[in-house]
Design a protein. Structure first.
Length: 182
């Protein structure tokens, strides 16, 4: 987050560099920035494996996709809450992941917008019809109930940051509630 595309800041490239040696888990970077092309090589150099850019921030998505691939990473395209999901469809054959925002990008703790379910369904239909390998991820407002709705709509991956990390009974209880579907 660059405090320009979204009015907030988040983990920067240096944080990725410091965290990378501590885990072998996949590093996915959601570039909520106005200039993703200026961040791609640095996050790749620091050990990031998947870079997600917002379709709304670029004029030539193919160029960014190629830049991400040339840097040795998998590529993801994000569609924000207010954006028509049809804009990402032509690029899904070249993407590993399509991130659908369940809220307006930039701040955790927002309520899930049910309009995201229609986007998930549209994208899932396109992926299945064209036999694409692209996965669908949803971020924003995810809890066990909204997560179930998203998976029913065709989502593959859920990002549940606030629900997990700010759960009043702790991370373990939050994970248990997800597993139990409560």
């Amino acid at each position: 987050m660059d405090n320009k595309y979204v009015p907030n800041t988040g983990i920067d490239e240096e944080s990725i560099k410091k965290l990378r040696p501590r885990t072998k888990k996949l590093f996915e970077t959601h570039l909520m920035v106005v200039d993703p092309e200026n961040h791609i090589q640095k996050i790749a150099d620091y050990g990031n494996e998947l870079a997600i850019f917002h379709i709304e921030t670029v004029r030539q998505p193919e160029k960014i996709i190629r830049q991400i691939r040339d840097a040795g990473m998998k590529t993801g395209i994000c569609v924000n809450n207010r954006t028509d999901a049809r804009v990402v469809l032509p690029f899904l054959g070249k993407a590993d992941l399509c991130l659908v925002m369940g809220v307006e990008a930039g701040f955790g703790g927002q309520e899930f917008n049910p309009a995201a379910l229609g986007k998930i369904k549209l994208i899932r239909q396109h992926i299945d019809k064209n036999k694409l390998g692209c996965k669908i991820e949803v971020d924003g407002g995810i809890n066990p109930q909204t997560g179930a709705l998203c998976t029913q709509a065709g989502c593959d991956i859920l990002v549940a940051g606030t629900f997990i990390f700010r759960h009043p009974k702790g991370i373990g209880q939050a994970v248990k509630e997800f597993r139990d579907g409560k």
